[in-house]
Ligand binder design. Structure first.
Ligand code: PMP
Length: 418
């Protein structure tokens, strides 16, 4: 381990002495060369950071330095909540470290039922199914709901797990222009009337932090006889009167809500909730639910405790929004090019010129004691290089003042602002 938290041994990627025509790994040569070129410039690898110690939802030790965490999706700061930790400890002691099995067989414990009950209460739905990750919730729900001869209609900027859900299934896939109600309408209008259709949307798109016009989109989908699934991964906890997400904030009704425990809930896991009377049938047919081990008891116990607290976390919600407004206004004032005109979500993306500028800025921030996410193509829209900040309800005014001062300095150093 180096001072910067980098693991050099993980970068030992010299081409193997295997005949090139047989070496299946040779397809990665381009990626290896690109990564090598980045590291050879002497910068810290933004994709190999190690948290040596985590002191709170907003502070960790990285490379021996105390660092403000501004890129973790820990929106509601639940990871060190005493009730959440107590629930995890109790479950660990009573049920052991793992389930050793699928939910379908021996892998459903008391706290899987508790987490599903907490979700039904939180969302006010009749059904809730917990998956092992949010990725698997999308993979499973999309591939299971839409069968051969049916259609999945998705936003072009959808999360990888939504695309992978399409790839795993057998339905026809139709993409529409990002957040375009008009294009969604047009594409739905071209499809045959009879087959089943699933429109997949996200409340908040995580790369730029922009919000979907869900109300209009859901109305269009319904007019064309489609069912709607909304991924509310980046909105749970702080949109809408009950923190259910953008669909609640915009007052619309969707058939399926996908979520994750890895962001506002503060642990790991995924879920889908629904009022559909036949929703339970998903458990009988969904391969990413059936053919994998269930979450450890301590994880689902922390999830249940966290979700129950999130329901009433009105002060945290309010503080998170104050933080988002403060950071957005400060960065805008310095002249950074931001992903959204207004603080529409708890993600604030700074758009930079190229990889070199993005990495230089990211490293200057890290050396100054602030960790943000770096994102680059193909994960980003329109080939952009981004530094993405995600706010936490637990960030203090002092921390954000420090962050802003550092951004101003780093932005000038790399020429991102005047
Ligand atoms: N959906 C969206 C929109 C996401 O951003 C993510 C993760 N970043 C997921 C699903 C997957 O969630 P998980 O981390 O629980 O697999």
């Amino acid at each position: 381990m180096t001072e910067t938290g980098l693991q050099p041994e993980r970068l030992d990627l010299d081409p193997a002495p295997i005949a090139p025509e047989r070496d299946l790994m040779s397809k990665f040569d381009g990626l290896i060369a690109e990564r090598r070129a980045l590291i050879d410039t002497g910068v810290t690898d933004p994709f190999a950071i190690v948290m040596d110690e985590v002191r709170s939802p907003t502070v960790a030790v990285i490379g021996g330095r105390e660092t403000i965490l501004l890129g973790t999706y820990n929106y509601m700061g639940m990871t060190f909540d005493p009730d959440v930790l107590a629930a995890g400890h109790e479950a660990l002691a009573r049920f052991g470290s793992g389930t050793n099995g699928s939910r379908m067989l021996n892998g459903t414990f008391r706290d899987h039922m508790e987490a599903e009950e907490a979700l039904r209460e939180f969302y006010g739905t009749t059904g809730a199914i917990v998956f092992s990750t949010g990725y698997m919730a999308n993979l499973g729900m999309i591939s299971t709901l839409a069968a051969k001869g049916e259609y999945v209609i998705l936003d072009a900027d959808s999360h990888a797990s939504i695309y992978d859900g399409c790839a795993q299934g057998n339905a026809e896939i139709v993409r529409f222009r990002h957040n375009s109600v008009e294009d969604l309408d047009k594409r739905l209008g071209r499809l045959p009337r009879e087959p089943g259709k699933l429109v997949v949307l996200e409340g908040v798109y995580s790369m730029l932090g922009d919000v979907a016009p869900l109300k209009e989109m859901v109305a269009v989908a319904k007019r064309h006889g489609a069912m709607v699934l909304s991924d509310e991964a980046h909105s749970m906890g702080f949109y809408g009167p009950n923190g259910r997400g953008v669909y609640e904030a915009q007052g619309c009704d969707v058939d399926f809500v996908i979520g994750t425990f890895s962001k506002s809930v503060g642990t790991v896991g995924g879920f889908c909730v629904s009022n559909h009377p036949k929703f339970e049938a998903i458990r009988l047919a969904c391969r990413p639910y059936i053919f994998t081990a269930s979450l450890p008891p301590s994880v689902v116990a922390t999830a249940a405790a966290s979700i129950r607290k999130l329901r009433y976390a009105h002060n945290k919600r309010q503080h998170l929004w104050e933080n988002a407004r403060k950071l957005h206004a400060g960065l805008k004032q310095f002249g950074f090019q931001l992903g959204t005109d207004a603080p529409d979500s708890a993600i604030i993306a700074i758009i930079l010129e190229d990889q070199e500028q993005a990495v230089a800025m990211w490293q200057t921030l890290l050396h100054g004691g602030v960790y943000v996410n770096m994102a680059r193509p193909p994960a980003t829209p329109a080939g952009t290089y981004l530094l993405r900040c995600s706010l936490c309800a637990e960030h203090t005014t002092e921390q954000l003042d420090r962050v802003l001062a550092l951004f101003a300095k780093a932005g000038r150093t790399v020429g991102a602002i005047g």
